[in-house]
Design a protein. Structure first.
Length: 463
């Protein structure tokens, strides 16, 4: 069924004594758009839109746009894997924000990164074949796939936000509406355009038909109402302005790459989280600062975030959270993997490219350190010379950035256990192991129950 009709049928099913078969027959002869107009969009019965789901596929957008598309808590989907596919012939996207000389400099830097990606991939494959001969019980094709995947694990550090990818997602039309509204106020032109294109697609017949006789628009009512989330845009702008005008100079607090905080003051936690995304400071510094402020000062931050809110606007994500806040400095590649965990609330700081980059040990072992180091430094140097936000597209996957993950113990245990396994990427394996150690320090009784695999235990031919 089309998702809007499905939502109507299930909503009616919950509100009448009829069977589901009778409700389906009712929907065949009644207008689902009129029903949604009244009960969802006018009366605000938002849960109705959770009852209709749809599949939307995105092809050929940048990795940066993909990460913005996926930034939904209630989201299911898959993206093209940079760990298992060869991106050497994929080319890359030039953002609309860059023109003329800026575009030319970006394209030259992107081409250099892709060339280095090819060279490092080849050298790492040769190195791994020499280091890890094929076991007698492993078929040649399986061995070749495993070696290539391990090589891509290393070489993908030279990919960057501008390389293209594909995504297939399954969401409720309620989540789809929120996604469209959020994307339409992005700082990136590509992402804003995608928001517009999703809305247009919802008003049109589906591109991919299972039943050629059923040719109905996907979600036409949603398409009429998914306006840009102006509150989200204004809140972000107002917070940035408040931070620029009122925050004292940074204390320069140094924290570990995985820093665990258990906030006890809810108001200070909210204020610190609101400020996290508009500054470049560690969460611990912001939390300790806001916890020491008088209530009126914290209220200024919250007022800045909510000053433009109306009764239909949801509270910003910073008002959600969990007892544990993991402030993580990690490479973009690791973030792309950990970003998939939905039972937590995630925040990021601007992609400034000022935290350096990571170098996989296999790069040096394969004799590719010079190629890798030169490519990374040159790309970051060019990025810093280009205007934002277009410059963000040049940020390599090996570059470090700062992210905040807030969760309960069950999700922390799950991430540490699953992501530390030997099948995982070495970068997020280290992060998952550090999460376990931080939990043991903060919560000895609970932390010791986390069964994580130390990063020094390896099985390179196991996927």
């Amino acid at each position: 069924m089309p998702p809007e009709k499905c939502a109507y049928a299930l909503a009616r099913y919950s509100r009448s004594p009829d069977s589901i078969m009778q409700s389906l027959e009712w929907v065949r002869t009644h207008d689902s758009q009129k029903f949604l107009e009244s009960f969802y969009f006018q009366y605000g019965h938002a849960s109705i839109a959770d009852l209709g789901h749809t599949v939307v596929c995105f092809e050929g957008m940048s990795e940066l746009a993909a990460s913005e598309i996926e930034d939904e808590t209630l989201w299911d989907g898959q993206a093209k894997s940079s760990r298992y596919q060869d991106f050497s012939r994929s080319g890359f996207i030039t953002p609309a924000e860059l023109t003329d000389d800026d575009a030319a400099r970006y394209q030259a830097a992107g081409a250099a990164l892709m060339s280095a990606y090819q060279q490092v991939s080849a050298r790492v494959i040769d190195h791994l074949c020499e280091k890890l001969p094929r076991p007698d019980d492993m078929k040649p094709d399986a061995y070749k796939r495993n070696i290539a995947a391990r090589a891509f694990d290393v070489a993908r550090y030279l990919l960057f936000w501008g390389v293209p990818t594909n995504i297939g997602q399954v969401t409720s039309i309620r989540t789809l509406e929120k996604q469209i509204k959020r994307l339409r106020v992005s700082e990136y032109e590509e992402v804003r355009s995608l928001g517009e294109e999703i809305a247009s697609s919802c008003a049109a017949q589906p591109d991919c038909q299972w039943d050629e006789n059923a040719r109905e628009p996907l979600a036409p009512t949603l398409a009429r109402h998914a306006e840009p989330d102006e509150f989200l845009a204004r809140s972000r702008t107002d917070l940035k302005l408040w931070a620029d005008q009122n925050l004292p100079p940074s204390s320069g607090l140094q924290v570990d790459c995985v820093d665990l905080v258990r906030p006890a003051d809810v108001a200070a936690d909210v204020a610190a989280t609101l400020l996290y995304s508009v500054t470049d400071r560690p969460f611990r510094e912001l939390y300790e600062m806001t916890a020491g402020w008088p209530s009126a000062r914290r209220q200024e931050v919250i007022d800045a975030a909510l000053g433009s809110r109306n009764r239909r606007d949801d509270l910003p994500r910073a008002f959600r959270g969990g007892p544990y806040a993991f402030d993580i400095v990690m490479d973009i590649g690791a973030y792309r993997d950990l970003h998939r965990h939905r039972r937590c609330h995630q925040f990021r700081q601007a992609y400034a490219g000022h935290l350096g980059f990571d170098t996989p040990p296999a790069v040096a072992a394969a004799g590719a350190a010079g190629i890798y180091d030169h490519a990374m430094r040159s790309a970051l140097d060019q990025m810093h010379k280009l205007p934002a936000p277009g410059s963000h597209y040049l940020l390599p996957f090996g570059a470090r950035s700062r992210f905040l993950f807030k969760m309960d113990f069950a999700e922390a245990e799950y991430i540490a256990r699953v992501r530390s396994g030997v099948k995982g990427h070495f970068s997020y394996r280290e992060i998952a192991w550090q999460m376990k150690l931080k939990l043991e320090q903060l919560e000895p009784e609970l932390g010791r129950r986390v069964e994580a695999t130390p990063p020094w235990i390896e099985d390179p031919l196991k996927r």
